[in-house]
Design a protein around this ligand. Structure first.
Ligand code: UD1
Length: 362
């Protein structure tokens, strides 16, 4: 059986790596890896391939950045001939980035089966480009691999047949479980003092410069209590340049984007994480590290009901108060603050391989 994987942006890489690994252990599977080139900086792409031990892509479509329509269209145009020539039996797409929906749309028109890894997540906020990508990819997919029960429920509500839905757990946690032991000695010396770890890259937070300035002021205030480490995404870096803020201030430290292992080491030992990322809400839940999400909603509600995540919305007072509470609570220890989400156990990718092979036999 020939399976083709499509990845494009940073959060795809840690999801595809364990699935490729699990399938490579099974007999009779030929795998092809396509990188769309949506992310292309070494710090956003190459270093992840190395650390995650991903094979070099068989094809790099080199599409680069652009508006949503430009980027999505370029991926479709470049991917269509590859999909047609390779003629795989199944194409696996990951997460909710533009590369995900573009590849799914190409395959569904070519009559190639599509499997969506991380299906069924919904924020119900259609102003997020990722929500549009999630909705469309799920409608186009033949196999839907969900990380949690809310995913199944969302898909059923949208009329997806039960037989297509497979709850397998969280593949991103597979990567975390495998690589966590390699982070033991990676914590930079300066990070041993208590610190907050920050990532912000959503257009809703960083493209509104007035809001971004206020948010940075709040982080700067927080840095009076503890160091604030902020690895900066390229989109955010552009906005900081526009604001004339390049170096950070006092104990608020801007850094280049970090490789997977170094970032995981920092998450693991942080007093708190402040983010607008999706995946980081999940990783902090698994690690039991308090997470404050600077968004009004989340497509990952189990990180709130079962985990350590708290939505603070677009409300800086709430962010401040929540951070202060975590600091106070921190002195009493944070153990026992989290329960394990079912199937977030390091074996989701093996379950995906099982489903694919079982389906091939029938
Ligand atoms: C994309 C995903 C988002 C994901 C994020 C993780 C979509 C719609 N968005 O957002 O869901 O959370 O990746 O990082 O697919 N840039 C570089 N170098 C790169 C990549 C991007 O400098 O390697 C700059 C470019 O100026 C680009 C901007 O960052 O215009 C945004 O990149 P883009 O891929 O459009 O979206 P992200 O914000 O990275």
């Amino acid at each position: 059986m020939h399976i083709l994987h499509v990845v494009g942006a940073r959060p795809n890489f840690m999801k595809a790596a364990p699935v490729l690994r699990a399938l490579s252990k099974r007999d009779g599977i030929l795998q092809t890896l396509v990188h769309t080139g949506q992310h292309y900086d070494a710090a956003m792409s190459d270093v992840f391939f190395q650390q995650l031990e991903l094979p070099s892509p068989d094809f790099n479509l080199g599409v680069g950045s652009g508006t949503h329509a430009e980027q999505t269209a370029r991926i479709m145009l470049a991917f269509e001939p590859v999909a047609r020539d390779q003629a795989p039996e199944l194409v696996l797409v990951y997460g909710d980035v533009n590369s995900t929906v573009a590849a799914a749309l190409v395959c569904s028109k070519l009559g190639i089966q599509v499997g969506h890894v991380e299906a069924g997540l919904r924020s119900r906020d259609r102003s997020m480009p990722e929500e549009i990508n999630r909705l469309l990819t799920d409608q186009l997919s033949d196999l839907l691999f969900t990380p949690s029960t809310d995913g199944d429920e969302n898909l059923l509500q949208e009329g997806i047949a039960l037989g297509k839905i497979h709850r397998v757990g969280n593949v991103m946690i597979d990567t975390l479980v495998r690589l966590l032991p390699r982070t033991d000695n990676l914590l930079p010396g300066a990070a041993h003092a208590p610190y907050a770890l920050v990532t912000l890259h959503r257009p809703s937070n960083v493209d509104d410069l007035a809001w971004l300035r206020e948010l940075l002021q709040t982080l700067s205030d927080l840095s009076r209590d503890l160091e604030v480490i902020f690895p900066v995404h390229p989109r955010t870096r552009q906005r900081l340049n526009e604001l004339g803020l390049t170096g950070g201030k006092d104990r608020l430290k801007f850094q280049e984007p970090l490789p997977y292992l170094e970032f995981l080491a920092l998450q693991r030992c942080a007093s708190m994480v402040i983010t607008d990322s999706g995946g980081i809400q999940e990783e902090t839940t698994f690690l039991g590290v308090p997470c404050l999400t600077v968004r009004e909603n989340t497509e990952r509600p189990v990180t709130i009901s079962e985990g350590t995540n708290q939505l603070v919305g677009r409300d800086l007072r709430r962010l401040k108060e929540a951070a202060e509470k975590i600091l106070q609570r921190g002195r009493q220890g944070r153990e026992g603050s989290t329960r394990r989400v079912p199937l977030w156990d390091g074996n989701a990718s093996e379950r995906i391989a099982d489903v694919i092979l079982r389906r091939q036999e029938t």
